[in-house]
Design a protein around this ligand. Sequence first.
Ligand SMILES: [Zn+2]
Length: 192
Amino acid sequence: MEHKNIKIEKELLISLYWGNNYSSRNIGKLFGCYHTTILHYMDRYNIPRRFRHSQKHSEETKKRIGDVQRGKPKPPLQGRTIPDKTKKKMSEAHKGEKNYNFNNWSSREPYGKEWSHELRKQIRITDNYTCQECEMTEEELGYRLSVHHIDFDKQNNDLENLICLCKSCHTKTNFNRENWIEYYRLRRFGVE
Ligand SMILES: [Zn+2]
């Protein structure tokens, strides 16, 4: 699947890698390609990479450094499957959601609204223009799908926090919010 049919905007790539601190591997997962494809794009766009010495740190240390740099705690991107134990931890970690500090977000994000627009577009592409709950497509519905913030925090534009929903399914999320948070988090990670 190398370089095949995939087009990644420079601005989006910079935002994900530098603004959102994603690894090339995790960006690759989002686009359904290898991290080497992502690195290829970064080279092509002359996007600098993070220092390699950070790889000497243990996973735990790296996570802590990342948290400090971002100014917020954030669960690691787990890929397609999450062990039950981790899911439980994630759910517990997110109980104190409102206490998260997102203040650094806007100052770290050089592309502001433009990126936001690009990001929404990318989420709709990733979700194949299909409501992730009822599976109706934009074509069938006749309108553009909403991009839902899974944790209801509109400042949290992390890709794993965003999912496409039709108007009807989106409206449902206004009731029993807590349940929907957990529900769509599992959906987003592809776990039933
Ligand atoms: Zn729907």
